[in-house]
Design a protein around this ligand. Sequence first.
Ligand code: PMP
Length: 361
Amino acid sequence: MKRVFNFSAGLAMLPQAVLEQAQAEMLDWNGSGMSVMEMSHRGKEFMSIAAQAEADLREIMAIPANYKVLFLQGGASSQFAMIPMNLLRGKTTADYVDTGDWSAKAIKEARRFAEVNVVASTKEGNYTSVPAFETWQCSADAAYLHYTPNETIRGVEFPWVPATGDVPLVADLSSTILSRPVDVSKYALIYAGAQKNIGLAGLTLVIVREDLLGETVVGTPAMFDYKIHADNDSMYNTPPTYAWYLAGLVFQWVKQQGGLAGMAAINQRKAEKLYAAIEASGGFYNSPVAANCRSWMNVPFTLANAELDKPFLAEAAQAGLTTLKGHRSVGGMRASIYNAMPEAGVDALVSFMQDFAQKNG
Ligand code: PMP
């Protein structure tokens, strides 16, 4: 067996220890005589798996007791609609920060339900920076403010949390959740698709302050109502049980890495190594992103000579370094180095990049 270092932006690598545990438990989970996939979601075995996963997540993220944790489906993209449906709460306006392709998608979807006020946009600069908070044109009466702390496609990550005062703060943490500590109490709602740092596609995590629930826009379907999910412990319908179980294994693995502080130390080291290699290449490789907001999770870079893109990708793949092609809207390369990317993977990439630059520079 040979496993590659997969730099995909998501679906992405999973920790090997998690895959091994899932494999060991595949046919018979804990003496139940069944795989987790075959269990009733209302049986005592799965109920214990679900409760443990939530307890571990609450511990890792230090989620305050007045927040609900929801294990939903539909991907982060469904949240683009669920957020206005649930959080407008009688208001008409919502504030959005536009820092990249995912913010733009969230904005587009919110416009179905709300008057969207874009408080700041970095589109003109090709989404390579974070707009200074002092420049934001916030509305007087916004129902909430939405932003994307980490833009997966262009690798722009906020190094600070906006201080929105009484305006509920909503964050799409899809590509940065569990990578470093967050102060959940600063947010009204955090959401994330699971397929990057949590586990399997098909699960969407929502962490929401309880007092915001219960007032949806007219016509909101039951499956889009947070309160219905919260009142039913995320089992209003059949939940994505295997993805929930696997998320639980990942939460335990994160604990073993020293929790979010431990993950942050490893992630910072990995990211710094990669950015340092780009900087040290004498212009052979370049980062398009402003230095103060370079993502720890998604590292886009270009080769000064774009004719070398193809050979770079082909030789990298041969060396077991896969899925380095940048998003089709950006070009160049992108190395996604989520929690499960071992430091050895980053070391191997750095050394490959150095060799390639030497040969072709
Ligand atoms: N937000 C961000 C920041 C993302 O990276 C992605 C997926 N790459 C999405 C939203 C959409 O997620 P999903 O595919 O789970 O709907």
